[in-house]
Design a binder for this molecule. Structure first.
Ligand code: NAD
Ligand code: FE2
Length: 401
């Protein structure tokens, strides 16, 4: 039982069009003379890496670049990347990209400060102290990793995503420049955008902070729903609901891109303090086995999990319907709450998120194993507003198959 809550974020959050031009000043204030940039070849090709490099010249900083970032980064990639950063004698790490590159940067900053391998830090609060100064620059809207205390890697041997959670993983600076998201292809825009919506909805409907079922001696960065998380999640749901379709269909619409960038960062602030729940727990094994993107897996599952959770959060779901622009006038609360699910289903199909698990190539005989694996991710499951059993999880998966 908790009676207090706290709020954590990146040390500095710089937001706005062309904010990336100020990266030199941001790095200078961190006192980092040797900056190791973690990114990938798509962002180099899109010219985004060059913008960051020229901004860093103002620091002035000596810069090395790792361009080998991959979506849903495997644990082994983190080891390779950390070895290169160590060889360069990096004093600061800059994660440039979607959640994948930012998460890679976070674990590299951890390994350089504390040694060991990524597996040593898997789970809650396993990082013993501050990590190397870290700057995160998102190019998707997005995971919220630029403000969050999470890093997610893929354990390719056990076919599951693994999470490292610690407030030490929060970047010293987050530079959110909506212009960097303009080159996102529609699929990346859709997948990362519905991930952000999932963050906001899971945080907004999470277990209450006062009822957070934390066993004695267990530490976690998640705290359940609280007033500040609610405020951030509500605005995020509204912004994403009003702008995600447009950002997908008209990628050059700067107003839609900016609204999405803000919505995703607000959702990141909300979920990384309050918690995410059953959608994310189920996505871990599904993403690990089917190799769908994190966002596609979450978006696929979201309405099915909402249906399971609805009885525990009727009035909150009714409010989500309103925030998503549904006309709920004259409806009773349960009918209004149903509209939230319908609104998410419509959004999902409008932006091309796969509808069912079978569309990802999952087979029915895999569902019990997925449920079993998700049931082990207790730190997330305890955030859910309705207690869940492994059988409940399997039931949700069957409804989504
Ligand atoms: N740490 C956290 O708090 C957190 C939260 C949610 C998800 N995640 C993780 O983040 C990852 C997903 O991140 P994502 O959805 O941002 O996608 P991503 O980082 O995996 O990127 C997907 C693809 O889009 C490309 N791309 C990204 N930005 C682009 C741009 N502006 N122009 C052109 N191409 C671009 C990338 O190069 C990549 O090939 C998953 O591994 C997920 O588990 C982390
Ligand atoms: Fe997510």
């Amino acid at each position: 039982m908790r009676t207090t809550w706290s709020f954590h974020s990146a040390g500095q959050l710089l937001f706005g069009r062309d904010a990336a031009a100020q990266l030199g000043e941001v790095a200078r204030r961190l006192g980092a003379g040797r900056v190791f940039v973690v990114t990938d070849s798509h962002l180099a090709k899109a010219g985004i890496l060059e913008r960051v490099r020229s901004a860093l010249a103002a620091a002035p900083a000596s810069v090395a670049v790792f361009e080998g970032g991959l979506p849903e980064p495997p644990i082994a990639l983190a080891e390779t990347c950390a070895a290169q950063a160590r060889e360069f004698q990096a004093q600061a790490i800059l994660g440039l990209g979607g959640g994948s590159n930012m998460d890679l940067a976070k674990i590299v900053a951890t390994l350089l400060a504390h040694g060991g391998g990524p597996r040593d830090y898997v789970g809650d609060d396993q990082i013993p102290g501050p990590i190397l100064p870290l700057i995160c620059v998102p190019t998707t809207a997005g995971t919220g990793s630029e403000v969050s205390g999470a890093s997610v890697l893929t354990d390719t041997e056990n076919k599951i995503k693994v999470g490292i959670l610690s407030n030490y993983l929060r970047p010293r600076a987050a530079v959110v420049d909506p212009l960097l998201t303009v080159s996102c292809p529609p699929k990346v825009t859709a997948d990362s955008g519905i991930d952000a919506l999932t963050h906001a909805i899971e945080a907004y409907t999470a277990v209450d902070n006062e009822e957070f079922p934390l066993p004695p001696g267990v530490k976690t960065i998640y705290q359940g729903r609280h007033a500040l998380g609610d405020l951030l999640a509500e605005r995020a749901i509204e912004l994403i609901g009003a702008n995600l379709r447009r950002a997908c269909s008209h990628g050059d619409d700067l107003a839609a891109r900016e609204a999405m960038a803000l919505g995703a960062t607000l959702a990141g602030l909300a979920f990384s303090n309050v918690g995410v729940a059953v959608v994310h727990a189920l996505e871990y094994p599904i993403g690990g086995a089917t190799h769908c993107s994190h966002g596609a897996g979450n978006g696929l599952l979201l309405p099915f999990v909402m249906r399971f959770n609805l009885p525990a959060r009727v009035s909150r779901f009714a409010r989500i319907a309103e925030l998503l622009g549904e006309n709920v006038a004259g409806l009773d609360e349960t009918a209004a709450a149903e509209r939230a699910i319908i609104a998410v289903e419509r959004l999902k199909s409008a932006i091309g998120i796969p509808q069912r698990l079978r569309d990802l190539g999952a087979r029915p005989e895999q569902l019990p194993e997925f449920a079993e694996k998700a049931f082990n991710v207790k730190r997330i499951l305890r955030v859910n507003p309705r207690p869940v059993t492994a059988a409940d999880l399997e039931g949700i998966l069957r409804s989504a198959w």
